[in-house]
Design a protein around this ligand. Structure first.
Ligand SMILES: [Zn+2]
Length: 168
């Protein structure tokens, strides 16, 4: 990375140019001075972003194309995303091949903070599978497992009832 002088003038910045770097256009010098000023009081991530941008400008010698690319990336990021046209439950947007639903889990994590019974839908090859108990299940298979889990919760509740009966 090129070291900037503390008094940021176009001439002093140009003096920092390494021999293997192309000459900077006058517009690029102004951009580099401006970017240096923009760093004041900003957090480290923004400063790192500006430094990265500046290093590309130093290598290119011209800021026009670099700034156009950044503008394109920002415009793309802000553009509304097209929702999935295959599945209403899919959270992926624009063009995509694997379809994923939101992953849901029981409201209570376990003692170690791990999710309990995470579940979600996927479709990679035109077949929707239910992700449950670390398995990829058909909807019919998932219903069987869910019935088993309901029965299990009834049994857990029966234990609680037994505990209440013997309390004291
Ligand atoms: Zn999709």
């Amino acid at each position: 990375m090129n070291a900037f002088p503390s008094n940021m003038t176009a001439a002093s910045i140009e003096a920092c140019r390494r021999a293997d770097q192309p000459p900077l256009t006058p517009g690029s010098l102004r951009v580099l001075v401006m970017m240096q000023e923009m760093k004041v009081g900003q957090d480290e991530h923004y400063v790192a972003f500006l430094d990265l941008l500046a290093s590309h400008i130093w290598e290119a010698g011209d800021a026009t194309e670099i700034l156009a690319q950044v503008e394109g990336i920002i415009r793309e990021a802000r553009a509304p995303k097209a929702p999935c046209t295959v599945h209403a439950w899919c959270v992926e947007t624009d063009e995509h091949f694997g379809h994923y639903s939101e992953c849901i889990e029981a409201p209570s994590p376990d003692q170690f903070g791990n999710p309990v019974l995470p579940a979600g839908l996927t479709d990679f090859r035109g077949t929707t599978t239910v992700g449950l108990l670390d398995l990829d299940l058909t909807p019919a298979e998932a219903r069987v497992r869910i019935a088993e889990l309901r029965t299990h919760l009834d049994n857990v509740e029966a234990l609680v009832t037994a505990a209440e009966a013997s309390a004291g």
